[in-house]
Structures are given as structure tokens and as C-alpha cells.
Design a protein around this ligand. Structure first.
Ligand code: ATP
Ligand code: MG
Length: 362
């Protein structure tokens, strides 16, 4: 496996401790996501007023936007203990039964990657969520008996990066669903300001915007880039990080002004110049940059499409006018922009199979 990119949105194992240190503990320290924050605060306030445990909460959205953070905030706002587990860790109904039967009253149970739970465990969870009860099956075959077990009321907080994979019955049992969106540059500046305070770093406003603009709408990436900039400043003996220092540091890590890394840029450059803007098939494009098609498709493409730099059309991938502007290249005659308007950003959400133009290209 290649080394993870500095702009990858997934959490690196060695980052866990530092991420934990930067996590906001209460709702009013949680930056951005105004809608989710407002709705969630209402859910929690209402349950406090009723003196009941809060409704079950489902948090969905791409990696690094704050799902785990919010689940911890829910527990601390409710002044409740927090139990953490995850879908992949619960492969048998018995695993879930063990967790559920040891919950205390009002406890918050956080199930990360809830879409990856096994089927039997999922079915047990339905009943637990609805009636605070599970049936523990003892024995096998004809002699098996179900022993009903009452559970104390608890709040389930489920997190998923793939809400679409959750079965309807499970989704319906959550009283509140919060969908996290990518953060604006202004919101990321606030995230960075807070982190810089905790890390005791001096950064100018322009320095914050420089880092925020390269963070792909993701707090996890923003915090990681801030740490890279901090290292750079330390080595260069710079006390106050301004826009120039931040830019120089991140250029060194090959994260450009839009947050593209080396792979993103080479894919985009190949598409724009070698293939005249496309359309070109995924495998051809992958060969041109010396990567596996899967890497190009899952690592580079989503962000390029989201940023409107690349379009996916039935005949293959195309570069958009924004791609040429970003790369500082002249637009070639006959670039397929008309199609970009039709299949540009937004088309990534559709799961319709895209024909691959590779066969034509040879
Ligand atoms: N709204 C926010 N304000 C401040 N910091 C945030 C915010 N959201 C996330 N962060 C920071 O980003 C980091 C990643 O957030 P978190 O672990 O909650 O993401 P996640 O959605 O659970 O990601 P994954 O899908 O990979 O589990 C945390 O360390 C936290 O400090
Ligand atoms: Mg998480």
C-alpha cells in the first residue's frame, strides 16, 4: 500500500491521540454544521426537559466531518456515560447482546460504521431500539428458547459514511438523523483557529485562510495540514505563520491551493494535456499516470468531480474549463466542454454505470 496522502480524509492510526486532543467537547465549541447543531441541540434540550433519555440519533456523512466528535458531545451534553463499538466489531447477535445487557440507564451507545453490522445483530437492534428489550436465544435447533431481557433506556448514536446502505427499518428507528455536509472555508478557518489555540500556535488570519482553502472542506484534513505547517515553521524558525509561510509549507507537502495532492494533479494534468481534455476511459487514464484504475476512481476522482475539475460522461472522463484554469494551461481547441455542463459536478452521486471508453482508445 502506498503511504497515505496528507489530504486523505480517513484517520491515520497514529493520529488518534492528537485528534482526541483537538475534539470539541460541547456543542457550542463545535464549529459549522449550523443546521445539524440547531436540530440536535433541540433534541437534547427537549429530552432534558422531559427527564428522559434522548431519542436515538443517526449521523451520516463523509469521513472526517465530525460524526465521532458529535457522538461524544451528545454524551457529555447529556451528562451520560458513553460506550463505543462499531459495526465490524459486532458480527454475532451475541456480541450485541453482551453490550446491550451491560448498559446502564441513560448511557449513550455509539455504534460507528453501523452499516457494517451483521444481519442477525441488526435485527436484535431493532427490538432494542424500539422496546428496550432483547430476546436472548439459548440452545440450538428444536430445544432453543428465547429468554426476554429488559434493557434500561439508552440512547443509540449510529454513525455511517454510507447512509444509503442502511436498511429502511433501521433508519426509521432513529428519532433524529443529522447529515453532515462539507465545511465552507470560513468554517474551516474557525476550526483551525480553535486548534491553533490548543496547540499554542501563532497564525495570522491570512495564514488560517491559506490552510483552510487547501483542506477539502474537511476538519480532519485542516487539522492535519495545520500540524504539517507547524512542523515546517518550527524547522524554519518562524514564530508567526502567515499566508506565505503556510503556502510554502503546504507546497512542500505537494498540497496545492485547491487541496489537490500529487496524484490528483497528475490525473488532472494527464486528462487535460495528454488526452486533450478527454473523453478518455478510466483504465487508459490510470495507465497514463501509472496507477491502478481503482486508485484513480476512488482516491483522486471523487474530489476532482466534487470541485468541478473533472466530469464523468458516458464516453469517459473529461477535464472542465476550471481544470485548465487551475492548472494554468491553455484550453485546447475541441475540448468537450458542452458535455461537462451536462455531466459535471453532481453526477458523481448517481450510481448509473458509466461506459468506459477504453475500448475505443485502445
Ligand atoms: N465541527 C468541528 N469543529 C471542530 N473540530 C472538528 C469538527 N468536526 C470535526 N472536527 C475535528 O476533526 C477530527 C475528525 O472528526 P471525527 O473523528 O469526528 O470525524 P468522523 O466524521 O467521525 O470521521 P470518520 O468517518 O472517519 O469516523 C476530530 O479530531 C475533530 O477535532
Ligand atoms: Mg468517526
Amino acid at each position: 500500500m502506498a503511504e497515505a496522502s496528507v489530504v486523505s480524509s480517513s484517520e491515520e492510526p497514529e493520529e488518534r491521540a492528537i485528534e482526541a486532543a483537538l475534539r470539541p467537547k460541547f456543542l457550542d465549541e463545535f464549529v459549522g454544521q449550523a443546521r445539524v447543531r440547531r436540530q440536535l441541540s433541540l433534541v437534547l434540550e427537549a429530552s432534558r426537559l422531559r427527564g428522559r433519555t434522548a431519542d436515538h440519533v443517526l449521523l451520516s456523512g463523509p469521513p472526517g466531518l465530525g460524526k465521532t466528535t458529535l457522538s461524544m458531545i451528545i454524551a457529555s451534553e447529556m451528562n451520560a456515560p458513553l460506550r463505543i463499538s462499531s459495526g465490524p466489531a459486532i458480527q454475532h447477535a451475541g456480541d450485541l447482546a453482551a453490550i446491550l445487557s451491560s448498559l446502564s440507564e441513560g448511557e449513550v451507545l455509539f455504534l460507528d460504521e453501523i452499516h457494517r453490522m451483521s444481519r442477525p445483530a441488526e435485527e436484535m437492534l431493532y427490538m432494542a431500539m424500539e422496546d428496550f428489550r432483547v430476546d436472548i436465544v439459548v440452545g440450538k435447533g428444536a430445544g432453543a428458547t428465547a429468554i426476554p431481557l429488559e434493557l434500561p433506556p439508552f440512547t443509540l448514536v449510529g454513525a455511517t459514511t454510507r447512509a444509503g446502505l442502511l436498511p429502511g427499518p433501521l433508519r426509521d428507528r432513529f428519532g433524529f438523523t443529522g447529515h453532515l455536509e462539507f465545511y465552507s472555508v470560513a468554517e474551516l478557518e474557525l476550526v483551525l483557529r480553535r486548534s491553533a489555540g490548543l496547540l499554542d500556535l501563532k497564525v495570522t488570519s491570512a495564514g488560517f485562510s491559506e490552510v483552510a482553502g487547501r483542506s477539502r472542506g474537511t476538519p480532519r484534513i485542516a487539522n492535519r495540514l495545520l500540524r504539517r505547517v507547524r512542523d515546517w515553521a518550527l524547522v524554519h524558525g518562524i514564530e508567526q505563520i502567515d499566508a506565505r509561510a503556510a503556502a510554502a509549507a503546504l507546497d512542500m507537502y505537494e498540497v496545492d491551493a485547491k487541496g489537490l495532492d500529487r496524484l490528483d494533479r497528475s490525473v488532472l494534468t494527464a486528462l487535460a494535456s495528454k488526452f486533450g481534455g478527454g473523453p478518455v476511459g478510466l483504465s487508459t487514464l490510470a495507465i497514463a499516470v501509472g496507477e491502478e484504475p481503482e486508485t484513480v476512481e476512488t482516491v483522486a476522482e471523487p474530489y476532482l468531480v466534487r470541485e468541478g475539475l473533472m466530469g464523468r460522461t458516458p464516453r469517459g472522463r473529461i477535464a472542465t474549463p476550471a481544470a485548465y484554469a487551475h492548472l494554468g494551461l491553455a484550453v485546447p481547441a475541441g475540448a468537450p466542454f458542452a458535455e461537462a455542463a451536462l455531466f459535471g459536478p453532481g453526477s458523481e452521486g448517481t450510481d448509473a454505470p458509466l461506459a468506459d471508453a477504453d475500448d475505443d482508445v485502445g
